[in-house]
Design a protein around this ligand. Structure first.
Ligand SMILES: Nc1ncnc2c1ncn2[C@@H]1O[C@H](COP(=O)(O)OP(=O)(O)OP(=O)(O)O)[C@@H](O)[C@H]1O
Ligand SMILES: O=C(O)c1ccc[n+]([C@@H]2O[C@H](COP(=O)([O-])O)[C@@H](O)[C@H]2O)c1
Length: 214
């Protein structure tokens, strides 16, 4: 147990280890969640349906290596807000990168594979991150290790689909009609889903002063 910054007690989210996750289909949505919003829930629920997932784990990052620490609320405050925003029993809010001691996604995915060797994971991200992923450490190892599902996001989708990552892995793209089989595929394999856009953005929420997380 630990205390949240607001004084309430909560049990630290700790996905079970070992055999209980064998064969399960889990989507991983990594993010700063500064704060979590309805867009994260929308993306997760579409992925649950379209990829036939059992659960989506929100990986609340201690610190995105490409973002400034300034303006980032504490991990506890972001976890609390994410738990309030998830509102779906199939979405599990986690501090897995803290538990695993990783900061870079490539290291996180490798540690997850070791910890859950028989679980079928899919890395989930919005189109903005498909555009940006060539700047992540070891990005080709990420795409080479885990199937990836991308959700469209304005105004990034078209640019992302002609970007460096999409071009490099053009032959590994899976059409949305076959997305249900993505968790069972070996990497590299990725899909760009065709679900309805969601306008929510954490930048916009902070700009409007709606997030008081510290
Ligand atoms: N409205 C949305 N539509 C599609 N993908 C989204 C949306 N909101 C967030 N995501 C995706 O969720 C993941 C985590 O996002 P993040 O926590 O950075 O939220 P954000 O709204 O993008 O925040 P910020 O504006 O601070 O960058 C990323 O892969 C991002 O692309
Ligand atoms: O590993 C990297 O180099 C890297 C660089 C930038 C972002 N990421 C990851 O991308 C995910 C989305 O981050 P964000 O801040 O856009 O929500 C989150 O899990 C970050 O840890 C990872």
């Amino acid at each position: 147990m630990s205390t949240s910054p607001h004084g309430r007690y909560w049990i630290r989210p700790r996905p079970l280890t070992g055999a209980s996750w064998a064969g399960r289909r889990i989507g991983i949505l990594g993010g700063s969640f500064n704060p979590a919003h309805a867009g994260h829930r929308h993306v997760s629920q579409w992925m649950l349906r379209r990829l036939n997932l059992d659960q989506v784990w929100w990986l609340v990052s201690p610190q995105n290596p490409l973002k400034q620490a300034r303006g980032m609320a504490t991990l506890d405050a972001r976890l609390d807000a994410a738990r309030a925003a998830a509102r779906d029993p199939r979405i599990l809010v986690t501090d897995l990168e803290t538990q695993l001691g990783t900061r870079y996604t490539v290291d996180t995915l490798e540690a997850l594979r070791r910890r859950y060797p028989r679980t079928r994971f899919v890395w989930i991200m919005g189109a903005d991150n498909l555009l940006q992923i060539p700047r992540w450490r070891g990005w080709t190892r990420i795409l080479g290790r885990m199937p990836v599902a991308v959700f469209p996001r304005r105004p990034y989708s078209l640019k992302a689909l002609v970007g460096k990552a999409a071009r490099r892995y053009l032959r590994n793209r899976v059409p949305p009609r076959d997305a249900g089989g993505l968790p069972a595929r070996s990497a590299p394999a990725w899909t760009f889903l065709d679900g309805p856009l969601h306008p929510a953005s954490a930048t916009e929420i902070r700009r409007k002063g709606w997030w008081a997380g510290r």
